[in-house]
Design a protein around this ligand. Structure first.
Ligand SMILES: *[C@@H]1O[C@H](CO)[C@@H](O)[C@H](O)[C@H]1NC(C)=O
Ligand SMILES: *[C@@H]1O[C@H](CO)[C@@H](O)[C@H](O)[C@H]1NC(C)=O
Ligand SMILES: *[C@@H]1O[C@H](CO)[C@@H](O)[C@H](O)[C@H]1NC(C)=O
Ligand SMILES: *[C@@H]1O[C@H](CO)[C@@H](O)[C@H](O)[C@H]1NC(C)=O
Length: 956
C-alpha cells in the first residue's frame, strides 16, 4: 500500500524536526575529477571507420566538429592522435553545464571520462626530523651543495661518463636487497635501454644526473607538459625542457633509476640506460590524467621508450576504467614495460588500488623497508670507524675533538636546558648529545647557543630507529645521528682519553655509504604506508614490491632521503632495464619479462624475520630480485592465480613451465599460505579495520597439483594443473570478507647441479561474496553524522522540511560516501509519495532524545519493496550519476582527509534524454541514492545499496 508522506508525517510530526548538529564539510566533489574537463575516445573500430569512410585522424576531426555542432563551446586540452592503434581522442575543457552524458551522446564518441586528478602519492614525507608542533611546515629536507671535488658535470656519454668499473663493488643498500648490486658487479648497467620517467621535473644540473639536458647528456630527452605555475586546475604552460628545482620528487625518482657513480656511495639502478624525463607537475598541486596520457603517448610515439616509470596516481579501484589503463595495456603489446607506484595509503585498508598502477599488464609496485639504513663513517683515531646517519657526509673537514654534554649514559634529559656557563668553546668540537625528554630542536638550539657547530645525537637504549636529523634553522653547520651502541662506544673512547677523543670526518676521508646499520625493527618487511589491493574486481594489486623507505637519492642541489612507493617504483623500472640489457637475446615481451620478474621475486614476511608470509594484497608477488630474474632460466606463467570470491570461485588453473636451460630440470611443486586479512572489522560493518587490517586465522585454501614433480628436457615445455579448495566459512567470520592468499612454490634443480632455485606464483581469493560487500557508507565515521543525509548549512534534515532555495543557507546538499567501489551509482529525484524499503533507513540522525520514537515511527510507516528491476523504479530524473565507476572513498588520506560526495539539490535533474530540467518548485520530493554492489546483477533492484531521503519541499 502506498502512503503519502503526509499521512506518515501527521503520525510522527513531533519527531521529525531539523536537527542542528555540527558535522564536517569537505569539498563538494565526489572524487578526484577536474570540473568541466573530459577525455573523449573517438570510435575508431575498423567497422565504424569503414562505414564512415574515414581514417582515425579524420574521425577525430569529424568528432570535434560534431562537438561544435552540438553548440558546446570548448577548448582542446590535449590531442591523442599519434598512435591510432592505441587510442584516438582528445581532452576538452567545456562549460559547467555540459555533462558527461551529453558528450557521450555526440556522434563518433566511443567513451568519455572526466579528467582525473593525479597526485604524487601522499605521505611522500622526507625522513628528516620534523620539529614537533610545526607539522604544517616541515623542516626542509637536508639538501646541500656538493662537497668539494664533485661539482663536475658529465656532458658526453662515453667520453667522461663514469666507466662500468665505477659501479663494481656496489654496496648501495637498496641494490643489495634486490640483486641489483650483483648485476652491477658483473657490469650489467642497463646499457642500450631507454627509460622515461613521468614526474615532477628534474634538476639535471645536479652533477650526479649529468649536469645537462639533451642529446649527449645523461638526461637526454623529455618534455615539460606542465610548467612551474601549473597546479592541476589551471592552464599548463608546456615547453621543451623538463628542468625543475622547485620540487624534489622527480629529481629523486630520476636518481633512483639512473644516478651516476659519485663519491657518496649511491648510484642509480640502471646508470647506463638512456634516460628521459616528462614533467607533468608544476611546482605545487596535482596533475591531470590527460597530461599523463599525453606524456605516455610522447614517451612511446616520439621517444620510443622501452620502460616508463609513473610514481604518481589516485584511487581508482578498477582495472579497466581509465584512458591511461587502456593506453598502458596497448603499450605492453608493443614492447613497453610500464611501472607505477602502488600508493601510500595502507591506512585506508584493503581494496584501495590506484591508477595508473592498477592494470592487467602494469607493474604496480609496493614498498618495503630496506634491510639496511643509510650511514656514513666517522674515522676515530686509534679505534674502528663509527657509522652515523645523515643524508650526506657531514660537511666537516679536518680533525675535531669530541665533547659530550653529559658523560652519564643514563641521562634522560641531555641538553634539554641551556648548557652551563662552564662549557668550553664548542666551535671546533663535535658535540655528542643523547636523545630523550625534550624535542630534538631544543637540544640542537641549546648546543648552538653555546657556540656548537657540529652535533651528533645518539639514540636511547632499545630504540633502534633514529630520525634523520636536519640542520633546519638551528644555525648549526652539520647534524647527524648515531645508534645507541655507537654513542656509548664514542663515550667510552672519550672517557679513556685525557685530551678528548679525536674524530675525523670526510672529506677527504669520505667513506662511501655502506650497509653497516641494520634496521632491526622492520628491515625486509612491507612498509607501513604501502597500499593494499586487490582491485575491486579481485585482480592482483600490487603486483610486486621493492625497497621504498629511507631511500637516498638525488634532489635539486644535492642528496636527500625520501620514502614512498614512489621510490620503490623507479627501482623496479631500473631493474627491468638491467633485465632487458642482460637478456636481450631472449627477446622477451613485456608480459614475459613481467612474469619472470614476478616468479623470481622473494617473498616478504609479515613479521620481522618471521616465517609467515605477508598477504599478497600487500606484497604482490614479493620483492624483486633481478639477479635471479637474469640468471633463472625457466619461464613460468601465468604470473598470478586469481581465485575470485566464493560466488565466482575459479578452482583450477593451468601453470606453464618452459625450460630455457641447456640441461634438463626437475621441478617440485608445493605451496605456502600467507597471512589472511579481514576486509572489515566486524561483520560487513563499513568501518575498515584501522589503521591496518587484522590478521585472521581461517586455515587458508588447500592446494593440489596434477603432478607434484616433473622433469623437463632442455627447451621442454609442460603444463601442470593447480587445484584449490577454498576455505569454507560461516557467519560471522564470512562477514569480515577475509582475503586469503599464498604462493605456489616451484623448486627447480638443474641436472648435474646440486643447488636449487624456487620460482613462486602468488594466489589470492576472497572467502565470501563480493556482492555482500556494502557499497554505501551508513556510518558516521567520516563526517561525524551518519551518511547519507541532506543538510542545509549545518542543519541535518531528519523529517519533512521546506527548503528555500534563495534562503541564507542556500540550497540543501546531499552528503554520501562509498564504503566500496561501484560500477553504477545514481542519485535520482523521485516523487515524495514513494516509501520504498531502502537498505539504509531514511533518517539516521534523529535528535538524540527522540531517537527511539523515530525508529518506531519508521517501523509503522508502511514501506514497500522496490520494483524488482532497477529500470522499473519510477524516478523523475537523474540528479547525479558519476558513471566513471567511482572507487571507495578515503577515510584518512583523502582531501579532507576523508572524501565524500556533496550534491546540491536545487531541483535540477536530467531527463531520460539527458537534458537538464528544472523540477517545479513549491512541491515535495525525495532523493533516491543507489549503488550497485560489486558483481551483483545491475538490472535488479536487489543488487543495490539504497537510501531514500525524508521528503522535502523546495521553495524558490
Ligand atoms: C661547508 O661548511 C662551510 C663552513 O664551514 C661552508 O662555508 C660551506 O659552504 C659548506 N659547504 C657545503 C657544501 O655545504
Ligand atoms: C647506568 O645504568 C646501568 C644500569 O641501569 C648501571 O649499571 C650503570 O652503572 C649506570 N651508569 C652510570 C654512569 O650511572
Ligand atoms: C571475478 O568474478 C567477477 C564476476 O564474474 C568478474 O567480474 C571479475 O572480473 C572476476 N575477477 C577475476 C580476477 O577474475
Ligand atoms: C622449496 O624451496 C624452499 C626454499 O627455497 C623450501 O623452503 C621448500 O621447502 C622447498 N619445497 C620443496 C617441496 O622442496
Amino acid at each position: 500500500m502506498v502512503r503519502s508522506w503526509l499521512a506518515t508525517a501527521a503520525a510522527v510530526a513531533f519527531a521529525w524536526t531539523p536537527v542542528a548538529s555540527a558535522f564536517k564539510q569537505g569539498d563538494s566533489n565526489g572524487g578526484d575529477v577536474i570540473p568541466g574537463s573530459f577525455i573523449l575516445q573517438v570510435d575508431t573500430t575498423p567497422s565504424t571507420l569503414s562505414k564512415r569512410g574515414m581514417s582515425p585522424f579524420s574521425a577525430l576531426e569529424h568528432t570535434l566538429a560534431a562537438v561544435a555542432d552540438q553548440g558546446v563551446p570548448y577548448t582542446i586540452r590535449q590531442r591523442f592522435d599519434a598512435v591510432p592503434e592505441a587510442f584516438t581522442g582528445f581532452s576538452l575543457q567545456v562549460g559547467d553545464d555540459v555533462g558527461l552524458d551529453k558528450l557521450a551522446s555526440i556522434p563518433g564518441v566511443q567513451r568519455v571520462w572526466p579528467v582525473r586528478r593525479l597526485r604524487l602519492p601522499k605521505d611522500v614525507t622526507t625522513e628528516d626530523y620534523q620539529p614537533v608542533g610545526d607539522a604544517t611546515s616541515p623542516a626542509p629536507m637536508l639538501r646541500r651543495g656538493f662537497l668539494r671535488g664533485t661539482r663536475h658535470a658529465h656532458t658526453k656519454r662515453g667520453t667522461d661518463f663514469p666507466p662500468a668499473s665505477a659501479y663494481a663493488g656496489d654496496t648501495f643498500y637498496p641494490h643489495i636487497d634486490t640483486g641489483i648490486a650483483d648485476l652491477h658487479n658483473r657490469g650489467i648497467l642497463g646499457e642500450g635501454v631507454k627509460v622515461g620517467v613521468i614526474d615532477s621535473g628534474v634538476d639535471y644540473s645536479n652533477p650526479i644526473l649529468g649536469g645537462c639536458f639533451g642529446p649527449g647528456c645523461h638526461i637526454s630527452f623529455g618534455y615539460d607538459f606542465a610548467g612551474d605555475s601549473f597546479n592541476g586546475n589551471n592552464q599548463p604552460n608546456p615547453g621543451p625542457d623538463p628542468y625543475a628545482s622547485c620540487t624534489d620528487h622527480g629529481t629523486h625518482v630520476t636518481g633512483i633509476v639512473g644516478a651516476l657513480a659519485n663519491p657518496y656511495g649511491l648510484s642509480g639502478a640502471a646508470p647506463a640506460a638512456t634516460l628521459g624525463h616528462y614533467r607533468v607537475f608544476g611546482c605545487t598541486g596535482d596533475t591531470a590524467d590527460d597530461l599523463v596520457l599525453a606524456a605516455l603517448q610522447r614517451a612511446h610515439a616520439v621517444d620510443n621508450c622501452d620502460i616508463i616509470n609513473l610514481s604518481l596516481g589516485s584511487a581508482v579501484g578498477w582495472l579497466d576504467n581509465t584512458a591511461i589503463q587502456i593506453y598502458q595495456d596497448y603499450l605492453a603489446t608493443v614492447g613497453v614495460q610500464v611501472v607505477a607506484s602502488a600508493g601510500n595509503d595502507r591506512v585506508e585498508g584493503p581494496f584501495f588500488s590506484e591508477s595508473p598502477a592498477a592494470g592487467l599488464t602494469t607493474n604496480a609496485v609496493g614498498a618495503t623497508d630496506p634491510v639496511y639504513l643509510p650511514a656514513y663513517y666517522a674515522t676515530v683515531l686509534g679505534h674502528p670507524d663509527v657509522p652515523y646517519q645523515a643524508p650526506m657526509p657531514l660537511n666537516v673537514t679536518g680533525q675535531r675533538v669530541l665533547y659530550f654534554t653529559s658523560t652519564n649514559p643514563n641521562v634522560t634529559n641531555d641538553a634539554c636546558s641551556p648548557l652551563p656557563a662552564s662549557t668550553p668553546d664548542l666551535s671546533d668540537k663535535v658535540v655528542v648529545v643523547k636523545r630523550g625528554t625534550c624535542d630534538f630542536t631544543v637540544k640542537l638550539a641549546n648546543v648552538a647557543k653555546a657556540g656548537g657547530r657540529v652535533v651528533l645525537v645518539y639514540n636511547s637504549q632499545g630504540s633502534i630507529v633514529i630520525p634523520q636529523l636536519n640542520v633546519g634553522t638551528s644555525g648549526l653547520q652539520a647534524v647527524g645521528s648515531l645508534r645507541y651502541e655507537d654513542g656509548i662506544l664514542l663515550l667510552s673512547y672519550y672517557l679513556q682519553s685525557v685530551r678528548g677523543q679525536v674524530i675525523t670526518f670526510a672529506p677527504p676521508a669520505v667513506k662511501p655509504l655502506a650497509p653497516y646499520i641494520t634496521d632491526n625493527v622492520s628491515g625486509g618487511m612491507m612498509a607501513t604506508y604501502s597500499s593494499y589491493g586487490p582491485t575491486n574486481d579481485l585482480y592482483l594489486f600490487p603486483s610486486i614490491s621493492a625497497p621504498g623507505s629511507s631511500i637516498l637519492s638525488t634532489v635539486p642541489g644535492g642528496l636527500g632521503i625520501i620514502r614512498g612507493t614512489s621510490m620503490a617504483s623507479p627501482l623496479v623500472a631500473g631493474a627491468y632495464a638491467l633485465l632487458m640489457s642482460a637478456r636481450k637475446s631472449d627477446a622477451m615481451t613485456p608480459v614475459q619479462a613481467r612474469a619472470l620478474m614476478m616468479s623470481t621475486s622473494v617473498q616478504v614476511p609479515s613479521t620481522f624475520r618471521g616465517s609467515t608470509l605477508d598477504t599478497v594484497t600487500l606484497q604482490g608477488a614479493g620483492q624483486i630480485n633481478v639477479q635471479r630474474a637474469v640468471d633463472m632460466r625457466t619461464l613460468v606463467s601465468p604470473p598470478q592465480l586469481l581465485l575470485n570470491d566464493t560466488a565466482f570461485f575459479v578452482p583450477s588453473h593451468t601453470v606453464t613451465l618452459q625450460n630455457l636451460e641447456s640441461s634438463s630440470v626437475t621441478y617440485t611443486f608445493s605451496y605456502q599460505n600467507a597471512r589472511t586479512i579481514a576486509t572489515y572489522n566486524n561483520r560487513y560493518s563499513q568501518v575498515l579495520v584501522s589503521p591496518v587490517p587484522n590478521t585472521i586465522s581461517i586455515g587458508g585454501p588447500q592446494v593440489s597439483f596434477s603432478q607434484s614433480k616433473i622433469t623437463l628436457p632442455a627447451g621442454g615445455k609442460a603444463e601442470v594443473v593447480v587445484t584449490f579448495t577454498a576455505p569454507r566459512l560461516a557467519y560471522p567470520t564470512i562477514g569480515l570478507l577475509p582475503l586469503y592468499s599464498g604462493f605456489v612454490q616451484i623448486n627447480s634443480t638443474v641436472a648435474g647441479s646440486s643447488s636449487s632455485n624456487a620460482y613462486t606464483i602468488p594466489y589470492m581469493g576472497l572467502a565470501g561474496k563480493l556482492s555482500d560487500m556494502p557499497v554505501l557508507d551508513s556510518t558516521s565515521t567520516a563526517l561525524g553524522a551518519a551518511v547519507p543525509f541532506i543538510a542545509a548549512g549545518q542543519d541535518i534534515q531528519s523529517g519533512p522540511i521546506t527548503y528555500s532555495l534563495s534562503g541564507s543557507q542556500g540550497p540543501p546538499i546531499c552528503y554520501f560516501r562509498l564504503a566500496g567501489g561501484t560500477r553504477r551509482l545514481s542519485l535520482d529525484l523521485v516523487d515524495a509519495q514513494y516509501n520504498w524499503d531502502a537498505t539504509i533507513p531514511a533518517v539516521q540522525n534523529p535528535a538524540q532524545r527522540l531517537a527511539k520514537r523515530t525508529i518506531s515511527a519508521r517501523a509503522s510507516s508502511g514501506t514497500q519493496p522496490f520494483p524488482e528491476r532497477y529500470a522499473d523504479v519510477p524516478i523523475i530524473g537523474v540528479i547525479d550519476s558519476p558513471y566513471y565507476w567511482p572507487p571507495r572513498d578515503y577515510l584518512f588520506d583523502g582531501p579532507n582527509p576523508y572524501s565524500d560526495f556533496e550534491i546540491v539539490l536545487n531541483g535540477t535533474y536530467k531527463n531520460s534524454a539527458g537534458t537538464v530540467q528544472q523540477a517545479p518548485l513549491g512541491k515535495t520530493y525525495k532523493v533516491l541514492l543507489r549503488g550497485q554492489r560489486i558483481t551483483a546483477d545491475p538490472t535488479l533492484s536487489a543488487s543495490y545499496d539504497s537510501w531514500l531521503s525524508p521528503p522535502f519541499t523546495l521553495n524558490p
